[in-house]
Design a protein around this ligand. Structure first.
Ligand code: HEC
Ligand code: HEC
Length: 345
């Protein structure tokens, strides 16, 4: 990629457009690689310090909910890579996902029912178990605070309205990607301290364990390179409780509930494994407390391997992976290199 960008410069190539991978990207593992504009479907995004600071304040402000006790940060706690450490928040049916790197997806929520971050935010504000509000009252609560009025003016030079409120929060969520994990720094050649186990874990992730057939580098989520036009959903057969035999499938029908298409029952979006060390419990229902349990589930062949008979639509290969204990540890050690440095003190 370095040679490519040097050649582009040398030959003074002028591209008429830019797609997901920026024209000047010199590495796949960098903040400069993927265009946030592409994912937000806009030509220019705003992300000045004052804009991000405003979004951050809204994100953390519990005065904006009807009960005055809930903010986005209630379930998306920064120190936990914007998750909450519990299987499911009270009143909700799914596990809180990380918001880091979430901007780089073509669909939001585990069932991809929202097509944009802005759309996803409306849905949260309306939910009776979340803000129990509506965008109009939410916006009103912001408008009545004069410091917000000034901040919107300074940061965006706009007045407060439903559009600008949604955008301010979305701009903050789009800023939560650091690309400075141990893994990124090593791949970029800024550091050379990966252990043999971590390297072997990466090779297993991409090879024998087949993880990379769904969790695609560099995001390690289901957004498919190289055009990044789709974020894939899969049927793993995730159980309702963490058993290793006689499993029962989790009753959440996932994608099926959005359009009622029969062969989409139990399909869930492939999430990123960046910052995974901090985001337990795992899966849409938070069924697994540890990464050891997650890897063990895959090693047994997913839901089919733990006795969930209904394997008709399982998209995860149903044969066991035959990973040794050391190999499973190596994969976990690799995944732990994907923690952004802001979360490591
Ligand atoms: C009561 C807990 C709770 C609150 C409050 C909350 N969220 Fe969430 N959030 C969740 C859960 C649970 C999901 C997953 C729901 C699903 O997939 O159906 C989620 C999903 C998301 C997603 C989708 C991520 C992805 O990768 O698909 C984003 C973005 C998000 N929340 C941002 C926010 C913002 C911004 C706010 C404040 C306006 C907020 N959340 C408030 C619990 C919460
Ligand atoms: C067939 C596609 C597929 C394969 C192969 C796959 N995954 Fe996943 N992975 C998913 C999907 C889909 C989910 C979300 C499932 C859910 O929530 O019900 C997921 C969830 C996870 C989670 C939990 C994420 C979270 O935030 O809760 C981890 C960790 C993980 N996978 C690691 C791996 C590892 C390690 C491998 C290889 C051993 C692997 N995956 C192979 C599709 C896949």
């Amino acid at each position: 990629m370095k040679l490519w960008t040097a050649t582009v410069k040398d030959w003074k190539v002028d591209f008429p457009m830019e797609l997901a991978i920026k024209n000047e990207a010199a590495s796949l593992f960098s903040n400069e690689t993927l265009s946030l504009e592409y994912f937000a479907k806009t030509t220019q995004l705003s992300s000045s310090d004052s804009q991000v600071a405003l979004g951050k304040q809204l994100f953390n402000d519990s005065n904006l909910s009807t009960s005055k006790s809930i903010s986005c940060a209630t379930c998306h706690i920064e120190q936990l890579a914007f998750t909450d450490g519990i299987s499911k928040p009270i009143g909700l049916t799914r596990n809180s996902p990380t918001l880091t790197y979430s901007a780089y997806q073509q669909g939001f929520f585990y069932d991809k029912r929202a097509g944009s971050l802005e759309g996803q935010i409306v849905s949260v504000i309306n939910n009776s178990n979340e803000f129990h509000s509506d965008l109009k009252s939410f916006t009103k609560a912001i408008e009545t605070d004069s410091s917000y009025v000034n901040q919107f003016k300074t940061a965006y030079n706009v007045t407060i309205n439903q559009q600008t409120v949604r955008k301010a929060i979305a701009d903050y969520v789009r800023s939560l990607n650091e690309w400075d994990s141990k893994w990124d720094k090593n791949i970029r050649g800024e550091q050379n301290d990966l252990t043999a186990s971590e390297i072997n874990g990466f090779n297993l992730f991409n090879g024998k364990a087949k993880c990379a057939t769904c969790h695609f580098a560099p995001l390690f989520n289901g957004t498919v390179p190289p055009d990044y036009m789709d974020t894939e959903m899969e049927h793993l057969g995730v159980p309702e409780s963490p058993v290793v035999s006689k499993g029962r499938i989790d009753p959440d029908l996932g994608r099926y509930d959005v359009f009622k298409i029969k062969n989409r029952k139990h399909f869930f979006k492939t999430p990123t494994i960046r910052n995974i060390e901090l985001t337990a419990p795992y899966m849409h229902n938070g069924v697994y407390q540890t990464l050891e349990e997650v890897v063990d589930f895959y090693n047994r062949g997913g839901g089919y391997g733990i006795g969930i008979i209904d394997q008709e639509y399982q998209t995860l290969p149903t044969e066991p992976l035959n990973l040794t204990q050391d190999e499973m540890n190596d994969i976990i050690n690799f995944m732990k290199t994907l923690t952004d440095s802001r979360f490591i003190d």
